[in-house]
Ligand binder design. Structure first.
Ligand code: PGA
Length: 256
């Protein structure tokens, strides 16, 4: 099945709203008309309106980096899916930094995925093994477990609306990316394979699965040449317009 590649920029906790708007204006100019590739910018919550204004009337989509699973209530500092539904179309769920620093678990990831889908947001569900798990050759076990947790009690119709990002934690922000073949093997076997186990191969064939972890203009082509990799979740390189543009253009070239 032909899947539309999806490239997301995870800006993490970077840029003021004014700086975010500047970057978004530059990207809107260079990438705003691109078809055949889905581009998603994920700035901090406070910059969603400014970035949204900059990419309005372009093909660039907007995503948040996290949500709470409840719709509203006494959860100081949190933001819910219904609050975001008018502002953006995507949301990153279960990023390894959230799991590592903010105590997110497979159970909370599952609740957040359901909340996102209930509000019509596309969840970008992050999975990936820790350095020690990689060393111990536990990648398959860990990723399969995270996948089962994230998709627990999800109907097929809901699962079909998800995107997955495979991000080995040892590759994030380290400059030590996985190899294309290595990432493809994990994605094919344990991510698309798990989706096939849970929902059948027709559904699994339609779900987009990204690679993330030290993606750059220099290595993106290697990932995109892999049959099971449908795009990237880009951190550091998404903060510089020329780098992100080069990555998106490489994806466009690889898949068109
Ligand atoms: P990186 O981050 O591209 O800076 O490695 C990726 C991510 O955390 O999503």
């Amino acid at each position: 099945m032909k899947r539309t590649p999806v490239i997301a920029g995870n800006w993490k906790m970077n840029k003021t709203p004014a700086e975010a708007a500047d970057l978004a204006v530059a990207l809107a100019r260079s990438l705003g008309g691109l078809t055949g590739v889905e581009v998603v910018l994920c700035p901090p919550f406070v910059s969603l309106p400014a970035v949204g204004a900059a990419v309005k009337s372009t093909r660039i989509a907007l995503g948040a980096q996290n949500i709470h699973w409840e719709k509203s209530g006494a959860f100081t500092g949190e933001v819910s899916a219904p609050m975001l539904a008018g502002l953006c179309s995507h949301v990153i769920i279960g990023h390894s930094e959230r799991r590592q620093y903010f105590g997110e678990t497979d159970a909370s990831v599952n609740k957040k995925v359901k909340a996102a889908l209930a509000s019509g947001l596309t969840p970008i569900i992050c999975v990936g093994e820790l350095p020690a798990e990689y060393e111990a050759e536990q990648t398959g076990v860990v990723v399969s477990w995270q996948m089962r947790g994230a998709y627990a009690d999800l109907a097929a119709e809901e699962a079909a609306r998800t995107v997955v990002a495979y991000e080995p934690v040892w590759a994030i922000g380290t400059g030590k990316a996985a190899t294309g073949a290595g990432a493809n093997a994990v994605i094919g076997l344990h991510i698309r394979g798990m989706l096939a186990d849970l929902y059948g191969s027709a559904l699994a064939d339609g779900v987009r699965i990204q690679y993330g972890g030290s993606v750059t203009p220099a290595n993106i082509a290697e990932f995109m040449s892999q049959p099971d990799i449908d795009g990237a979740l880009v951190g550091g390189a998404s903060l510089k317009a020329p780098d992100f543009e080069a990555i998106v253009q490489a994806v466009f070239k690889a898949k068109s």
